[in-house]
Design a protein around this ligand. Structure first.
Ligand SMILES: CC(C)(COP(=O)(O)OP(=O)(O)OC[C@H]1O[C@@H](n2cnc3c(N)ncnc32)[C@H](O)[C@@H]1OP(=O)(O)O)[C@@H](O)C(=O)NCCC(=O)NCCS
Length: 227
């Protein structure tokens, strides 16, 4: 199902920005729903259609556009790059749709921002609010009143208990668990299997049970090491 502005839209064709792993996992679901895939764009033209946002935005009635850019396994702290690309495209006039799998469960009074992808068996409990460009992977659960900011990536079976609040550019790994009312700071990375029992600051990697800070991911960590 394609959504825009928090409501289903009818669309039998969809264009895609980004053609990597996210797209390859999404493609069979789109096709099984009879949604035809039109153009696949990315910013380097890997798929033969170099991206021209102005031309795209100028088309009379472009089909809905999905944002299929994933995290980078070799450099997960680069969620910010993913978000930056999305924001640039929006500034350039592209309006993104959201994909919501028919096998996902969306409770009443949820809000899902444009550019998001909600995969099968994801569960959004009541009053969950997702920002733009949020990826909710298979089987992830966001319990009641969760607040997820823009450009957040939830791995398979990640579990957020009630009233968890996640700031933008955060990656939450496979099967991580975050207990009630925790906050996860901007640009943080929660490792797979971690159990978060205390608030997580900005731009840190936390891992383990209970989760502890393992690394700082901010700009200072990019500075060359002292000789
Ligand atoms: C966190 C992760 C990204 C590794 O990041 P990284 O920057 O390469 O981190 P490192 O391997 O340098 O590990 C740093 C420390 O965290 C620990 N650590 C990393 N991942 C961990 C995990 N999942 N559980 C427990 N400890 C972990 C390492 O043992 C290391 O600890 P040490 O400093 O005490 O030796 C990776 O382990 C992970 O959890 N990925 C999740 C992938 C995922 O969810 N994919 C879903 C895609 S749909």
């Amino acid at each position: 199902m394609l959504w825009r502005d928090n409501a289903p839209i009818s669309g039998l064709e969809v264009d895609v920005f980004g053609g990597g792993r996210v797209f390859r996992t999404l493609q069979p679901f789109l096709e099984s729903e009879g949604i035809r895939i039109g153009s696949i764009y990315d910013d380097v033209g890997t798929f033969g259609s170099a991206w021209d946002p102005a031309a795209y935005a100028a088309r009379l009635s472009p089909p809905p556009m999905l944002y299929c850019v994933g995290y980078q396994p070799e450099a997960l702290q680069r969620m910010a790059i993913r978000g930056g690309r999305y924001r640039k495209l929006v500034q350039d006039g592209v309006r993104f749709a959201t994909y919501v799998s028919p096998q996902a469960q969306i409770s009443p009074e949820c809000r899902i921002g444009n550019g998001s992808i909600i995969m099968p068996n994801a569960f959004l409990h009541c009053r969950v609010q997702l920002g733009e460009c949020v990826y909710v992977n298979v089987g992830a659960l966001i319990s009641h009143d969760g607040r997820i900011a823009d450009n957040v990536f939830l791995g398979p079976r990640a579990t957020l208990a009630g009233e968890v609040s996640v700031e933008s550019d955060v990656f939450i790994g496979v099967n991580a668990t975050i207990i009630d009312m925790m906050t996860i700071g901007f640009g943080a990375l929660v490792a797979g299997g971690a159990v978060v029992t205390s608030p997580v600051g900005a731009q840190v990697l936390v891992a383990g049970v209970p989760a502890r800070v393992k690394k700082h991911l901010g700009p200072e960590s990019d500075a060359p090491e002292a000789p």
